[in-house]
Ligand binder design. Structure first.
Ligand code: 5RP
Length: 223
């Protein structure tokens, strides 16, 4: 069992009968969904919403009962991965492009659990390029605006050489190389106010629990 699997499997044990659960996206959340699928097959009674079409498909494959996100007013628990996590459990997310739905789901959850292998733990956020979701309308203007505000490298994410990456919400992603981010909370607030920006991958003061998995299969829980 590798670190991602160990973290995903342990986090799935937080889920109890009757819960409404948010399912994250990525190769670590994958294991949590798989383990939940096993538990559902053993009789666990839950309902879930997914943060991406990929995770929805996976959950359906495991016969996890799915409901529409719009039918949910709160979630008992959400489990998701991260691209970076610091000592205060602040995150960069969105490497898989699902940041908008991931943030919506995380904010609705009474308990947000992040699952990651130990490579995701950092002293300071920012080595991983920060994903920023922007609307396609006037996207060149939004890109210029971001470039005028920060001395960082901003690149539109490509699907392949001829095509821009499009999110499940029909938007584009800009990956921003800030380097070490001195004040992530301040940057998050600023980005919230840039017109054309739908959401960004800074998850500030949202995480309650971090489940870290290590290559030898052991786990560490940080709260
Ligand atoms: C997707 C995400 C993922 O949670 C993040 O990229 C981590 O993925 P992985 O577990 O595959 O390393 O934010 O938008």
């Amino acid at each position: 069992m590798n670190g991602k699997q160990a973290a995903g499997y342990l986090a799935a044990d937080w889920v109890k009968d009757g819960m409404t659960v948010g399912l994250g996206t990525g190769s670590t959340a994958y294991w949590a969904i798989e383990r939940l699928g096993q538990r559902v097959a053993e009789g666990l009674l839950i309902q879930a919403i997914a943060t991406s079409s990929a995770s929805e498909e996976l959950a359906r494959k495991y016969h996890i009962p799915m409901i529409e996100a719009a039918q949910v007013d709160r979630l008992d628990l959400a489990i998701d991965g991260a691209d970076e996590v610091d000592h205060e459990l602040q995150l960069i997310k969105g490497g898989g492009g699902a940041l908008l739905r991931e943030k919506l789901v995380a904010l609705q959850a009474d308990h947000f659990i992040v699952v990651a292998d130990d490579s995701k733990k950092v002293d300071q956020l920012g080595v991983f390029k920060l994903p920023i979701e922007i609307v396609p309308f006037s996207y060149e203007w939004t890109l210029r605006k971001l470039r005028s505000l920060y001395p960082a490298d901003f690149q539109l994410r490509q699907q392949d050489t001829n095509q821009l990456y499009v999110t499940d919400n029909g938007n584009y992603i800009v990956d921003a190389a800030f380097g070490r981010i001195e004040d992530a909370a301040l940057l998050a607030q600023e980005l919230d106010h840039v017109t054309g920006v739908v959401e960004h991958g800074l998850f500030i003061d949202i995480t309650q629990t971090l489940v870290l998995g290590f290559a030898d299969g052991h786990t560490e829980v940080i709260e």
